[in-house]
Design a protein around this ligand. Structure first.
Ligand code: GDP
Ligand code: MG
Length: 297
């Protein structure tokens, strides 16, 4: 065992520590009203953070700005605790003039960076609270065409501040072929506009199984999502989470039916630490040095 340092166990140690402390993850969801944001959050974490609604009717009293709503829940699975914060942004894209819809969202993300920066400058830095946004799931309407100016504007304004994860909302309203073409158009648009979406890293030293799994996840971006917080009955009588149509049932948890499982795997299982690290080491660091520079520090 000469020369054995033991750093191969480091990932495990980090993991053990995190398990003891519990995980804390903050995800923001953005997209036009009615695209299924609240439903997806409930589906994702298997807990009802929002009251169930049968139908979302547009109301007469339209708010005039984008709201920022922060909801937290503690989820425990096999003794591992996850403190999940969801930052919802109702009102985005709902106004006659949506030119500045991105602004309150950017302000919120930066305010969270500022709060962190302020803690770092304190004498006692032992009890740092990290409320930075680690990922932003951006909902694209299932038009089948291309990105809207609203989508492009939002992503361009935010891509250097947060890990952007685009998803196709309500993908059960598109056929398999339509989804395939729509995904390609979205990726082309993103490239054309020089938008930087979250690039999940791949490590060559991972085991082949992990590499294959990661590749499969990454290849699904933008994830085609179906959300449902209720169970429906399949033809064979089995109850599944999904949406029922005259022609059959779309299952949320079936990777052959939609990319929901892949999105969840990426967020919770394979890339949570990566998303946090990139937020801290790159996005926050850039923000911090720009800010200090502008202050003449
Ligand atoms: P939000 O305004 O973006 O938060 O949207 P909601 O989650 O409130 O959903 C709006 C409506 O769309 C509700 O009637 C949902 O049942 C429905 N919905 C949510 N997700 C899906 C989906 O994946 N497919 C379809 N077809 N409908 C959905
Ligand atoms: Mg909602």
């Amino acid at each position: 065992l000469q020369g054995y340092v033991g750093f191969a166990n480091l990932p495990n140690q980090v993991h053990r520590k995190s398990v003891k402390k519990g995980f804390h993850f903050t995800v923001m969801i953005v997209g036009e009203s009615g695209l299924g944001k609240s439903t997806l959050v409930n589906t994702l974490f298997g807990t009802t953070l929002y009251p169930k609604k049968d139908n979302v009717e547009p109301t007469d009293e339209t708010p005039k700005t984008v709201e920022i709503q922060s909801l937290s829940a503690e989820i425990e699975e096999n003794g591992v605790k996850l403190r999940l914060t969801v930052v919802d942004t109702p009102g985005f894209g709902d106004f006659v003039n949506n030119e500045e819809s991105w602004k309150p969202i950017l302000d919120n993300i930066e305010a969270r960076f500022d709060a962190y920066l302020e803690q770092e400058n304190r004498v006692n830095r032992r009890k740092m609270v990290d409320n930075r946004v680690h990922a932003c799931i951006y909902f694209i309407a299932p038009t089948g065409h291309s990105l809207k100016p609203l989508d492009v504007e939002f992503m361009r304004r935010l891509h250097t501040k947060v890990n952007l994860i685009p998803v196709i909302a309500k993908s059960d309203t598109l056929t398999e072929d339509e989804i395939k073409q729509f995904k390609q158009r979205i990726l082309d648009d993103i490239k054309f506009h020089n938008i930087q979406i979250y690039q999940a890293p791949q490590y060559e030293y991972d085991d082949p199984e992990t590499i294959a799994e990661n590749k499969e996840i990454i290849n699904k971006i933008p994830f085609a999502i179906v959300g449902s917080d209720r169970e429906v009955e399949r033809d064979d009588g089995k109850k599944v989470r999904g949406r029922k149509y005259p022609w059959g049932v779309i299952e949320v948890d079936n990777p052959d039916h939609c990319d929901f499982v892949k999105l969840r795997q990426m967020l919770i299982r394979t890339h949570m630490e990566e998303l946090k690290e990139y937020t801290s080491d790159v996005l926050y660091e850039n923000y911090r040095s720009e800010k200090l520079e502008s202050m003449g520090v």
